[in-house]
Design a protein around this ligand. Structure first.
Ligand code: CO
Length: 302
C-alpha cells in the first residue's frame, strides 16, 4: 500500500528576500524579487514585477510600447490606474482596477502595454503586477491566447469572521474556484487580512510556492516568520501554508500567494523569449525579425 501524505503538513519558510528596485518598459518603477542574479526563476514563474504604486501627472504615464514575447505567459493584474493592451493576434483590451489579463504568448505575439487614454488625460496612481508564467515545452509554440477577466468576474471569498478576504485569480481558496484557465496547475491568490486574520491555505505538495507582500506584515510558514512590504517568502514543501496577522497590527496585510507545479525543464531565456534551447531562442529572433510574429494594427482605435 502506498501511504497517503500526512493531511496537514505545513510548509516552512525557506528564505525571505528583498525585492530589487528597477525600471521596466519605457521607464516605470518596479520592485522585482526575481529574476535577479541570486534567483533566476521560481519554476514555473519566470518573473514577478510589482509596478508602483507610482503617481503620474496628466500626460506622464509610462508603459511598454511594441515588443514581442514567445514561449510563456504574461499575467497582468491591476490594483489602481488604467492600461490598454493591443497585440498582433488581434486582441485589444483595457485594464481597470481589479481586472486580470492572462496572455499566452505561445508561438509569438507583438504587443503594447500602455497607460489608458483616460489615465494619460487625468493622471493618477498606477499600481499592479505582471508575472511571467513559463509554458511546458509541449505548449511553447501553441497558438496565442488571451483571457481578460473584469474585476467583477474574479471570484472573491471572505472568511466567516470577516477578517480574511481572497480574490481567486487562479487555483482555489475558501471554497471559490478561479475562472481563468491555466496550461499547468497554478495558484494566484490575492489575500487581504485584517488584524487578527488567520488562514491556512491548501497548496498541493510538490508545487513551488511563494508569498509576496504588497503592504503591511504577515506571519507565515510553520515558524510564523514575519514578511514585510516588498519582501517575498519562498516556502518549502508541504500541503498547506498558514498566514496570520497580529491582532494588534496597525494595518491590514495585503499579499499575493503564488504557487505552481514546477516544469523541471531546461530554460533558455533571452529578453522577451523563453524557450528550452539556445537554438530555439535564435529561431525566435529570426522569426521576430522576419515579421513572423506579426505587427500591431497601426489603425488608430475608434
Ligand atoms: Co509584454
Amino acid at each position: 500500500m502506498i501511504p497517503s501524505p500526512s493531511p496537514h503538513h505545513e510548509r516552512p519558510v525557506l528564505s525571505v528576500i528583498d525585492s530589487l528596485r528597477t525600471l521596466e518598459g519605457g521607464g516605470f518603477p518596479v520592485r522585482r524579487p526575481f529574476p535577479t542574479r541570486e534567483l533566476i526563476q521560481f519554476d514555473p514563474f519566470l518573473l514577478l514585477d510589482h509596478l508602483g504604486p507610482v503617481t503620474w501627472g496628466p500626460g506622464e504615464g509610462i508603459g511598454a510600447p511594441d515588443h514581442p514575447h514567445r514561449g510563456f505567459e504574461t499575467v497582468t493584474y491591476l490594483l489602481s490606474g488604467g492600461f490598454q493592451h493591443k497585440d498582433s493576434a488581434g486582441h485589444a483590451g483595457k485594464l481597470t482596477p481589479g481586472d486580470v489579463q492572462w496572455m499566452t504568448a505561445g508561438s509569438g505575439v507583438v504587443h503594447s502595454e500602455l497607460p489608458s487614454d483616460e489615465f494619460m488625460r487625468d493622471g493618477g496612481v498606477m499600481h499592479g503586477f505582471q508575472i511571467w508564467v513559463n509554458l511546458p515545452a509541449r505548449d511553447k509554440m501553441m497558438k496565442p491566447r488571451y483571457q481578460e477577466i473584469p474585476a467583477a468576474g474574479i471570484p472573491e471569498a471572505v472568511s466567516a469572521d470577516g477578517k480574511v478576504k481572497v480574490r481567486v485569480v487562479a487555483g482555489e481558496a475558501l471554497g471559490k474556484k478561479a475562472v481563468i484557465d491555466t496550461r499547468t496547475p497554478i495558484y494566484y491568490l490575492h489575500f487581504t487580512l485584517q488584524p487578527g486574520g488567520d488562514v491556512t491555505q491548501a497548496v498541493p505538495a510538490g508545487f513551488n510556492a511563494l508569498v509576496y507582500l504588497i503592504s503591511g506584515e504577515v506571519k507565515t510558514g510553520k515558524e510564523q516568520k514575519p514578511v514585510r512590504e516588498g519582501q517575498m517568502a519562498a516556502l518549502g514543501d508541504g500541503d498547506s501554508v498558514r498566514l496570520a496577522v497580529a491582532s494588534d497590527a496597525a494595518a491590514p496585510a495585503d499579499f499575493l500567494l503564488l504557487a505552481g507545479q514546477p516544469l523541471n525543464e531546461p530554460v533558455a531565456r533571452y529578453g522577451p523569449f523563453v524557450m528550452n534551447t539556445r537554438e530555439e531562442i535564435e529561431q525566435a529572433f529570426r522569426d521576430y525579425q522576419s515579421g513572423r510574429m506579426g505587427q500591431i494594427d497601426s489603425q488608430p482605435a475608434k
